[in-house]
Write a protein that binds this ligand. Structure first.
Ligand code: CA
Length: 247
């Protein structure tokens, strides 16, 4: 009934300027789950937050067994999984004084049949390359994006703005987090990219698109090319890329 196939690859890199990597990703093919988290709050704590987020999301979705549910139930599952991740991070902060201020972004894609369920909090992104065009499926919860939406800042200015790293929503800052969830129908030939801001602050969307067009035949090659391009541009941040191809 459903002949659509997906295959994915993920890569994370410390970049050229940082001495630790607070990004995490998970790629669980049998669950159709592809996710990225970008931790913050300083070295050890940032790593704890992103790992806790990824582990909790995988565990929650595994327990629910997404193969048996429809797209609408799946959006609720993604929301619940990210909610649960937030709850556990907040709990961990309460129990550990040295984790105060830690948090993480999250961007997750759950494939259910021929639907992609996309959930996110913060400025990690999901892109879709379809028919040669690149579109963003997420809208950053960041200070600069709020200014762009208000018409106070151009996309170009936002890309270079000194406050571009300020997120306005993250896991770990309050007990109830608002999760943005969307559904996208998957078509054969689609290429999805889940990434941390270490990719899209170093590269313009057009450059991400061109790199995908040149290397998209293989998710592994596409990941390597994107990470390399971000590092060539300066590699100012940890960079994480998960590429999912649909056939
Ligand atoms: Ca980052």
């Amino acid at each position: 009934m459903n002949a659509l196939k997906t295959s994915g690859f993920g890569l994370t890199d410390v970049g050229r300027r940082r001495d630790s990597n607070e990004d995490e990703f998970r790629l669980v093919e049998e669950l159709g789950l592809f996710a990225v988290a970008d931790g913050m709050g300083g070295h050890a704590a940032g790593e704890v937050a992103s790992r806790l987020a990824m582990d909790t999301v995988v565990e929650t979705i595994r327990k629910a067994g997404p193969a048996t549910i429809d797209a609408l139930q799946a959006t609720e599952l993604v929301r619940r999984a990210i909610d649960e991740a937030n709850r556990r991070i907040c709990e961990s902060i309460q129990d550990n004084e040295d984790q105060r201020g830690m948090g993480t972004t999250i961007a997750a894609l759950l494939r259910v049949g021929d639907q992609a369920i996309i959930g996110h909090v913060g400025d990690s992104r999901v892109y879709l390359l379809r028919d040669g065009g690149l579109q963003r499926l997420t809208s950053d919860h960041s200070w600069v994006n709020e200014q762009v939406k208000l018409g106070l800042l151009s996309e170009e200015a936002a890309q270079r703005h000194p406050m571009r790293n300020i997120v306005t929503r993250a896991l770990g800052s309050r007990n109830d987090v608002l999760v943005d969830v969307a559904i996208e129908k998957i078509l054969p030939g689609d290429l999805f990219v889940v990434c941390s801001d270490g990719l899209n602050t170093m590269l313009e969307d057009d450059e991400i698109r061109d790199t995908l067009l040149e290397n998209g035949a293989s998710p592994e090659q596409a990941c390597q090319a994107l990470v390399e391009a971000a590092n060539d541009r300066g590699g100012e941040d940890n960079v994480t890329v998960v590429v999912v191809a649909a056939q």
